[in-house]
Design a binder for this molecule. Structure first.
Ligand code: ZN
Length: 104
């Protein structure tokens, strides 16, 4: 279980990174990163429901409860590219490569 201090730290981090708070976003069922409206249900087809994006599986829904990221952003962040671990640091090229990965 997360402590209030951790919650505050996560919230401050989200505000700094995304310009909106994590708890506010969750309270309004939107993605903290891109502002997409999310639906707190599981639907592997990821069909929008009244303009809201569902989650692919239980793990992703749970992840929203932690990070506040929608399915799209979770795919972008955690989805495809595994960072190569033969390097001790990420070069700019690596970062660009990861960002350019197509998750479909
Ligand atoms: Zn998002």
């Amino acid at each position: 279980m997360k402590t209030p201090e951790m919650e505050d730290a996560l919230d401050a981090m989200a505000k700094a990174m995304f310009g909106r708070g994590r708890r506010d976003s969750m309270g309004n069922s939107i993605c903290v990163s891109c502002g997409t409206k999310v639906s707190l249900i599981i639907d592997p087809s990821l069909q929008l429901i009244e303009g809201a994006l569902p989650f692919r599986d239980a793990l992703s829904l749970k992840e929203y409860g932690i990070s506040g990221l929608c399915m799209k952003c979770q795919d972008g962040v955690f989805g495809c590219a595994e960072p190569d671990d033969d390097d001790d640091f990420d070069t700019d090229a690596d970062l660009l490569w990861e960002r350019d990965q197509d998750c479909d």
